[in-house]
Design a protein. Structure first.
Length: 193
């Protein structure tokens, strides 16, 4: 995927003029890029379009106007962009009750260091690789950046299979499997193209 550049972004004045429509459009677009796995895990697949929106929102919130400041954000988000034959996503461990935040997060300690999250298609599994530094021996972040790197056969299978594609999580007693809707599958195929 082509890296993000300064000229992909609007300045904050221009962005403010179109923000409501732009934001509503992105919210609608992300509906076909988000999958819930059980009550606590949501995965949102990222691409240039979703990451540009995030940078625009950061620029607006932090009033970033200098190219050097904006470039720092671009560099961070470019590291999240998927490489060739890969998908990138943000994984959220969601907890709605404040008293349950620590106990539920603690149940996920260890998730980032094994093969516990994967796509399944036509008998092939493509495991998530977690960004380092978001988990320690006694605590885990609620937000993780992950990538699914496809080998050639897996790539072809995902793109051309008539079979269902599933996203699975199997970590300790947290086990869920979700079939990708046709819209989500098609959206992700476009990212891989």
């Amino acid at each position: 995927m082509k890296p993000l550049e300064l000229n992909d972004l609007m300045d904050i004045i221009e962005y403010e003029k179109v923000r409501n429509d732009y934001r509503n459009e992105l919210i609608d677009y992300k509906k076909h890029r988000r999958i819930s796995l059980g009550p606590n895990v949501t995965i949102t697949f990222e691409n240039r379009r979703t990451l540009i929106f995030q940078i625009q929102e950061i620029m607006r919130a932090e009033r970033l106007v200098h190219d050097e400041q904006i470039q720092v954000e671009i560099d961070v988000y470019n590291s999240i962009l998927p490489p060739c034959r890969a998908l990138s996503a943000t994984l959220f461990i969601e907890v709605t009750e404040e008293a349950q935040i620590r106990p539920i997060l603690n149940k996920f300690i260890g998730l980032t260091v094994g093969e516990y999250l994967w796509f399944e298609c036509g008998g092939q599994k493509v495991y998530a690789q977690f960004e380092k530094g978001r988990e320690e021996s006694d605590k885990i972040s609620s937000v993780h950046y992950i990538q699914f790197n496809f080998k050639e056969k897996q790539f072809n299978n995902f793109n051309h299979s008539s079979e269902s594609v599933y996203l699975n999580i199997h970590y300790k007693d947290y086990r869920y499997k979700e079939k990708l809707s046709r819209d989500i599958h098609q959206s992700l195929i476009k990212d891989l193209a």
